[in-house]
Ligand binder design. Sequence first.
Ligand SMILES: Cc1cc2nc3c(=O)[nH]c(=O)nc-3n(C[C@H](O)[C@H](O)[C@H](O)COP(=O)(O)O)c2cc1C
Ligand SMILES: Nc1ncnc2c1ncn2[C@@H]1O[C@H](COP(=O)(O)OP(=O)(O)OP(=O)(O)O)[C@@H](O)[C@H]1O
Length: 311
Amino acid sequence: MQIYQRLTPIHAPQGSAVALGYFDGVHCGHRAVLGAAVECARAGGLTAAAFTFELPASSTLKGGRILSLPQKHARVASLGIEEYQEAPFDEFRALTPEDFVQKVLVDCFNAKQLFCGDNFTFGARAAGNVERLRELCAPLGIGVHIVPMAQYGGQTVSSTRIRAALEEGRLDDANAMLGTPYAIDWPVVHGKGIGSGKLGTPTLNQNYPAAALQPCAGVYLTRIYLDGQWRPAATGIGKRPTVDSSENAAVTCETFVPDFSGNVYGQQPVLEFHKYFCPVRKFNSMDELAALIHHAADESKAYFAALNGAK
Ligand SMILES: Cc1cc2nc3c(=O)[nH]c(=O)nc-3n(C[C@H](O)[C@H](O)[C@H](O)COP(=O)(O)O)c2cc1C
Ligand SMILES: Nc1ncnc2c1ncn2[C@@H]1O[C@H](COP(=O)(O)OP(=O)(O)OP(=O)(O)O)[C@@H](O)[C@H]1O
């Protein structure tokens, strides 16, 4: 997938089928929109493209990011999108709906077919909606396709609902709406050395950047991609009350990978979250904390053994 970080003409000699939106999480609704653009492009000899944008790290416009950019890109690319435009929001935020259609969709995309959900808005102050998009595109011969809104639990799937589910510890709901497990790939950083020391359970620390959405504190059954294979693991997200009782203790994200030893500092392994296991607690001793970590790791091994056995 070719990624453009500025508003640039893409490679679309026969024109393009373009999916439109922010796509944080690349959830099942987004997949339907992106997938429809890919299908249309393949059937009609067009280039499969997506128009999205990047917000400054400090922006609260859309809430904390569900996925890192590499994770977002990997998921969009896996759906078959060939050309991906991810301009800074400021490059087009002031365009009128008319200018957005001309300068972005016509000049940059050579768009022939557009795909979005019925809540898509565009142009300065989100002045354009899907009816306006249709009005502006009809005289240009550009087709506008509104993809039916994906539902979960009787309500429309949205990035906002997924953020709430992750923050409330409802990982099953978040994963069902995402259509694939929630995952992170933050760089592995050094911890305090307690894990490999007193605790006897070395942990791999992948702490969240400020702009990212942080799921609910807790212990999770996870799997991590290391040295070319998926390995069952157990992850704790929280303030580590057993080892740090200070009020403003940092929240860390630490993963114990049983039967693995290796130096992965600086790498960005993908860590998938499969089950919420239990809350983080203050234990009376390091032995009790170590027992919980081993127990969670055993549960994770059993969970993935059962999952792989069922395939
Ligand atoms: C699966 C798992 C569960 C954890 N649960 C807790 C917990 O309930 N309470 C707690 O204080 N710390 C918990 N932790 C964090 C440990 O305290 C932390 O991994 C340990 O202190 C090592 O820190 P270090 O990486 O800075 O050396 C957990 C860690 C893991 C990997
Ligand atoms: N449930 C859904 N089903 C189908 N398409 C959707 C769904 N949700 C959003 N879309 C469409 O996918 C594209 C990207 O959506 P976008 O990321 O802008 O919003 P969202 O998922 O509704 O999140 P938010 O909660 O931030 O509004 C848009 O075209 C939007 O209309």
